[in-house]
Design a protein around this ligand. Structure first.
Ligand code: FEO
Ligand code: CA
Ligand code: CA
Ligand code: CA
Length: 578
């Protein structure tokens, strides 16, 4: 791991202390302002938010969805832009006046409308970027929006349901965690814990359903009112979720496209880069204990002057999964990308795969067959804009060292890992399409005030910047690494002195890590995007006040806590982070 260095040239802001307050704190000389909160109207005609929880599904369908997550900024001009934002999930104790205890059919529709993606216009004003309530660009995409399945698995029998004999037309996206954006101007929204919305009340789960976490019941209870979520009745519906979805934010009538060439798992984000040879590379994490890191390489090449041709680059390509090698006790080594192609690497009938479609639909099981490394919950991946070095947050893993398939070692060096780490790799010859790489750990999170051993963290972690469970990750244009946490906020025991969830900024050259922001009570901070001039950063505050914790963010007083996007600027209008 990198050593600490006091004189980072990249980091120019004053570090802030931890916080347990119900506020969003930024460094001296910065200001942070709420821009939009769950329930704010975005479509024309939608009502204002009423926090009593009694608004019907029709209101939520025109309002900003709940639990803001990954987001991307799409410029229209210097002063106007679209923000595309994931709405990951909803919390029934806040969504409904009955707290979820007396669900009706319309309540399920309302919950479905609180999920998905919100696209809305923003404009630069005297106080900074603000959202426009009824722009004709504004759009809500929900768990019921019609989409197409495209790529190698489209039309497969495993996609056919009683409502869709084509195996290509699917309704909705939900549990949209993090995101990506392409050089051709589309938004990628990634389906994560889709399994939690399905229930299989009758019959055993088959091995595929077990690997993807389908249970006999679902906390959301959609299956009680919407039979496509009842796996006993619609066994193929879950196969149609767990994908990366490509959306054209500029056309509110466009059909979102589920890209099956990128594999089905619990997607975190989609980090897109164009390799020097022109192929598009997408790095992908599967956030579950003992799952894997993937890479997609497009068959065709990106051509900046062929806008229409680029539109199908995610349609066809090769998916790989990572294997990390290390000598005993070393936290660096080599690695290889193993191809997930039917007929290769034992992905054959004898091992249960009958086609490329099945390899993509059951990508997790294919990764196991080829011997991929089981990781400590891969969350976001980020690619450095210049060096093309890649980083991935491994958020935590209580199963490490406790389950046979998750031994301690390599990039997952600690048993019962409750702090997380960031793995970093450089592809051979600086070519992001390479089949081999070299890796190390950029940082190992920990608590140096509680522990003296490996659980204190790497040398660049101190009592002044400690945190747990790195999750959101992104580079800004200058190459600063932004780290967002989704960790334990008890501020006790192993987590003593860490406070609420936070945003840190690191210098990838020196290894220095500095705290930039802290969030309100019981939130995670997730979702990060910059204006192209780098003078505004948008930061998402998700689930403040979850589990009945006493948050009233952002309105304060006795108000209901609401997931909110913060606009952060410097008071002098300068570039963020310098
Ligand atoms: Fe939605 Fe893995 O975080
Ligand atoms: Ca996350
Ligand atoms: Ca997380
Ligand atoms: Ca979350």
């Amino acid at each position: 791991a990198a050593s600490s260095h006091p004189e980072s040239k990249l980091l120019g802001f004053r570090k802030i202390p931890t916080s347990t307050a119900d506020t969003f704190v930024v460094p001296e000389g910065y200001i942070a302002r709420p821009m939009i909160s769950w329930g704010d109207p975005i479509l024309s005609g939608a009502p204002a938010f009423n926090e009593n929880g009694s608004q019907p599904s029709s209101a939520q369908a025109g309002q900003f969805g709940d639990n803001t997550d990954g987001m991307s900024f799409f410029p229209l001009s210097d002063d106007r832009a679209l923000l595309a934002v994931n709405n990951e999930y909803t919390n029934y104790t806040l969504l409904f006046d009955h707290k979820g205890k007396a669900l009706t059919a319309d309540d399920v529709k309302k919950a479905q409308a609180a999920h998905g993606v919100s696209v809305f216009e923003i404009k630069r004003t005297d106080i900074g970027w603000e959202y426009i309530k009824d722009s004709s660009y504004n759009r809500r995409i929900t768990a019921n929006t019609e989409m197409m399945l495209t790529g190698p698995a489209a039309g497969h029998d495993l996609f056919k349901t009683s409502a869709d004999r084509s195996g290509k037309k699917v309704l909705g996206t939900f549990n949209n965690c993090a995101n990506g954006e392409t050089p051709w101007g589309t938004y990628l929204t990634c389906e994560e814990n889709f399994n939690g919305y399905f229930a299989k009340p009758e019959g055993e789960q088959d091995p595929h359903q077990k690997r993807y976490g389908i249970k006999s019941d679902s906390k959301y209870q959609w299956h009680q009112f919407d039979s496509r979520f009842d796996v006993s009745k619609e066994p193929n519906e879950p196969n149609r979720h767990g994908w990366v979805v490509e959306i054209d934010p500029m056309d509110p009538t466009s059909t979102p496209l589920k890209r099956t060439a990128l594999g089905r798992f619990k997607h975190e984000n989609a980090a897109v880069t164009v390799a020097d040879n022109g192929h598009v590379v997408v790095y992908l994490g599967d956030d579950e204990r003992g799952e894997h890191i993937y890479k997609f390489v497009s068959k065709n090449k990106y051509n900046a002057s062929d806008k229409a041709g680029n539109r199908n680059l995610l349609e066809e390509g090769t998916l790989f999964v990572a294997r990390f090698n290390a000598k005993e006790g070393e936290v660096k080594g080599t690695g290889e990308w193993i191809e997930l192609t039917y007929g290769k690497n034992s992905l054959t009938r004898e091992n249960g795969f009958n086609s490329q479609a099945e390899v993509m639909i059951f990508a997790r099981e294919a990764a196991t067959v080829v011997g991929a490394t089981t990781m400590d919950r891969p969350e976001w991946v980020a690619v450095h804009p210049e060096t093309k070095t890649v980083c991935c947050t491994l958020t935590n893993n209580k199963h490490r060292g406790r389950k046979d398939n998750q031994p301690v070692g390599g990039p997952n060096p600690r048993a019962a890992n409750n702090y997380g780490q960031i793995v970093r790799w450089k592809e051979s010859n600086g070519d992001n399409t390479s089949s081999t790489f070299k890796w190390d750990l950029f940082l190992v999170a920990g608590n140096p005030t509680v522990h003296k051993d490996f659980y204190a963290g790497s040398a660049n972690i101190t009592d002044e910047n400690m945190f747990n469970s790195p999750d959101g990750l992104g580079f800004d244009q200058a190459g600063r690494l932004w780290i967002m946490t989704d960790g334990k906020y008890s501020n006790e025991g192993d987590f003593a002195g860490m406070g609420n969830n936070q945003v840190l900024v690191a210098d990838p050259n020196t290894g220095e890590v500095r705290r930039f922001a802290t969030g309100p009570i019981a939130c995670e901070l997730t979702g990060l995007t910059f204006s192209p001039d780098q003078r505004t950063v948008f930061i998402g505050v998700q689930h403040p006040g979850e589990k009945d914790q006493p948050s009233h963010f952002p309105a304060g007083g006795n108000r209901k806590p609401r997931s909110t996007i913060m606009v952060v600027q410097r008071k002098d209008g300068g570039i963020i982070g310098t």
